[in-house]
Design a protein around this ligand. Structure first.
Ligand SMILES: C[S@@+](CC[C@H](N)C(=O)[O-])C[C@H]1O[C@@H](n2cnc3c(N)ncnc32)[C@H](O)[C@@H]1O
Ligand code: SF4
Length: 457
């Protein structure tokens, strides 16, 4: 029986009349995660060989993630920046990347099943040349067994995304485009070091969407300096005006290395919005989508029509395997997590010398299938009882019910015997809730196993 009263407010949420704004102190990271154990470096190569030489489970859905670690300019808010793009650096990297594509494609694990979603992310993949984008798309389609309806996304920005680049990306087989816009407002954009002004971004996204060639997705942030509630509302109206097919709304989360921190400290730009203000913006955004009858695919993603499926984002949050390729790419295969070298030099040297590109491996927690099911459920806004693997030979949903009941009292969820449905406040705090549920399970599991070991000794 879960002794829920032993946990504090970081798990239970605060008992507040306003859970949307005050259930938890603040969001620290974009994703929830469970504990995993590091693999000792000496075992890495043999383990990788074993994983790649075994057959995959054919019925499982899989993803391919390819990372492009360059941006021409570093945005002030961003935690993902790795390298400044220069033509020579990008060209050399691209050559190395194609080698890794070929290497990974020629493995038994790769060839024995299907891939259902491919994502080229960054950094800024659209900082590749038009020719490279086409080449990469073609290499992927030639080398990997893709499902007939495989979603192949190119992420990037509209800056320098010419008609030629769009045509060649389509020619290469890309069938979904996700553009980081962040805000349409020129003042907000300039202060964040985004490259184009409002009119340019609006026109380009509208033109691309109007071609009808592929779903066009827009990422917006909320909480940026100068992005008042009025500006944010205009951002949402601007999104509607573009006709784009899908929208991600991300709460701004500033990590340790983002240049914005320094700029705010020096008084050069105003501070970003507080958590309570961001909660109000989320409320406004959700009401806006409902008013315009957009379909909510996850707590922060909406689709205007059923052309947008957001396969990668939802699959990668389940227990699906993700094959990582490129400098800094992360993924997981057969219960092991892996992360490629993050520095360009180490990655390029590994490719040149034929060494493994993997810098670090972990064994996922035994309960990872359950953690992943929870993360996926919270991300969708509904946790289904029958989607959760069991815990200590009992229903996980029933085990967690005392926690769910506290959350229900605190206005974060509504539950019945089958479904845990997040309220608006619960959706805003979905990552914190997933993290809290995982923490409770991990702690109980540890205690249970220590106890069993102690008994058996
Ligand atoms: C890693 S970026 C790559 C996209 C592309 N390079 C661009 O400039 O838009 C992917 C998305 O992450 C989101 N992102 C970046 N920094 C963030 C932050 N500090 N907090 C929340 N989301 C962030 C942005 O919405 C961005 O569109
Ligand atoms: S938001 Fe995009 S372009 Fe800007 S630094 Fe981050 S990854 Fe690079």
């Amino acid at each position: 029986m879960l002794e829920v009263y032993k946990f504090d407010e970081s798990v239970l949420g605060a008992d507040s009349p306003d859970p949307l704004r005050h259930a938890f102190p603040k969001k620290h990271s974009a994703h929830a995660g469970g504990m995993s154990s590091p693999i000792v470096p000496e075992q890495k190569v043999a383990l990788l060989d074993r994983l790649y030489s075994q057959e995959t489970k054919k019925s499982d859905k899989r993803c391919l993630y390819i990372h492009i670690p360059f941006c021409r300019v570093r945005c002030t808010f961003c935690n993902f920046f790795q390298n400044a793009a220069s033509r020579k650096l990008v060209d050399d990297y691209f050559e190395a990347l194609l080698k890794e594509v070929e290497l990974k494609a020629n493995q038994t694990w790769t060839q024995t099943g299907l891939f259902h979603a491919v994502y080229i992310g960054g950094g800024t993949p659209t900082d590749l040349s038009a020719e490279q984008i086409e080449q990469l798309g073609k290499a992927i389609r030639r080398s990997f067994p893709l499902a007939t309806d495989c979603e192949i996304t190119l992420e990037g920005r509209i800056n320098r995304f010419s008609d030629e680049m769009f045509d060649r990306a389509l020619e290469g087989g890309f069938n979904r485009f996700s553009f980081g816009v962040q805000s349409f407002n020129t003042k907000v954009r300039r202060s964040a070091k985004r490259l184009d002004d409002r009119e340019v971004v609006l026109e380009r996204i509208s033109d691309l969407s109007a071609t009808g060639q592929a779903p066009i997705i827009v990422d917006l942030l909320y909480g940026l300096p100068y992005q008042t509630v009025e500006v944010f509302e205009q951002d949402l109206n601007d999104y509607m005006a573009t006709g784009a097919h899908g929208l991600d709304l991300y709460q701004l989360v500033i990590g340790g290395s983002a240049p914005m921190i320094n700029l705010v400290e020096k008084g050069k730009i105003p501070a970003p919005a507080s958590t309570a203000d961001k909660a109000s913006m989320y409320e406004l955004g959700s009401a806006f989508m409902a008013k315009h009858h957009l379909t909510q695919l996850s707590v922060n993603h909406w689709a205007r029509d059923n052309r947008e499926r957001s396969q990668y984002n939802s699959l990668a949050k389940t227990y699906a395997e993700v094959l990582p390729i490129g400098c800094g790419a992360g993924g997981n295969i057969a219960g092991y997590g892996m992360m490629n070298h993050r520095t360009l030099e180490t990655y390029m040297n590994a490719i040149k010398s034929g060494d493994s590109t993997v810098a670090m491996m972990t064994k996922q927690h035994t309960l990872e299938p359950l953690f992943a099911a929870l993360k996926s459920g919270f991300d969708h806004g509904v946790v289904r009882k029958d989607s959760l693997p069991s815990f200590n030979r009992q229903s996980s949903y029933e085990f967690l019910t005392p926690l769910f009941e506290v959350w229900q009292q605190r206005g974060l969820v509504e539950m019945d015997e089958q479904y845990l449905v997040l309220t608006l406040a619960g959706k805003f705090w979905a990552v914190s809730l997933a993290q809290a549920a995982i923490q409770v399970l991990q702690k109980t599991y540890q205690q249970h196993n220590t106890l069993e070991t102690a008994v058996s000794i």
